[in-house]
Design a protein around this ligand. Sequence first.
Ligand code: UDP
Length: 327
Amino acid sequence: MLNILVTGGAGYIGSHTSLRLLEAGNNIVVLDNLYSGYRWAVPKEAVFYEGDIHNRALVADIINKHDITAVVHFAGYIVVPESVSNPSKYYQNNVISSFELIDICIQQGVKHFVFSSSAAVYGIPSTTTVDETVEPNPINPYGRSKLITEWTLQDLGFAAGDEFEFVALRYFNVAGAYNGGMLGQATPEATHLIKVACEAACGKRDGMAIFGTDYDTSDGTCVRDYIHVEDLAEAHLDTLDYLSEGGQSTIVNCGYGRGFSVKEVVKTVKEVSGSDFSVSMETRRPGDPPQLIADNSKIKKVFNWQARFDDLETICRTAYEWEKNLT
Ligand code: UDP
């Protein structure tokens, strides 16, 4: 049983993970400024603080008051095109605030830190699947903000020696919703593909656009490795087990190791919803790499992680069911 601080625990992935960590018998404290998260998404067994991760005094208080030994850091902005048009926002929050958080955590004696990094750090890989040894080369400010935070963890963690170990989880494309129906993605003004398609299927928007049909992929649209949010939540549990058992700092991909094109995803959402919403073909969106698929050998080997929902239909169906019930 651990006392864990979850930043961004009112958000989409943070709330699913908090729930899973609670189910496994841990004590959870959530810190979230409710910028894109919701108070209702925080499991009721968790202690909740509304506040910013860069508030060092608040973070130090929480760590001491709740005897926190592990931090899982989700809080951050996640929209690639927005990071291109408004990079300052991403440097301010994802880079500077994360630095403040990591620094105070180490000062206050937190031993273990799990960071929500992203496949966006890879940029445009030259291999079909990408493993963690590939040199990162992000092509947008979002990806850079994640890579800089990985470096921050490496440098501060190195200086802290055996006192501090971290795992950066490089998420591929997270989607779907909790099968119990009580949690899902509620982010306003969504930009992520499956969420947008589900909104279109529910009539919450007048159709949708596919951005770019001239990529060098099987059908010309971008290919991504979509991972169900419950499998991702489980990966955090496995990560904390690894660290608790004395595991060293490391970086790990979280994906299924296979990709689907934008067109395949849209087709699947249409099938599971029975809605033939309108789809327009548009030009490329800035900052999009053509293909990102995980080599997930490491997470399976080192953490013994096992995927349970590796099925595009399940991912789209759970996302759609959630969207239908979301007012
Ligand atoms: N996409 C799209 N229409 C949308 C939203 C996304 O065609 O309304 C495409 C986007 O251009 C990219 C892929 O879907 O090729 C995945 O984008 P998303 O924003 O879901 O995730 P990202 O990979 O950018 O983190």
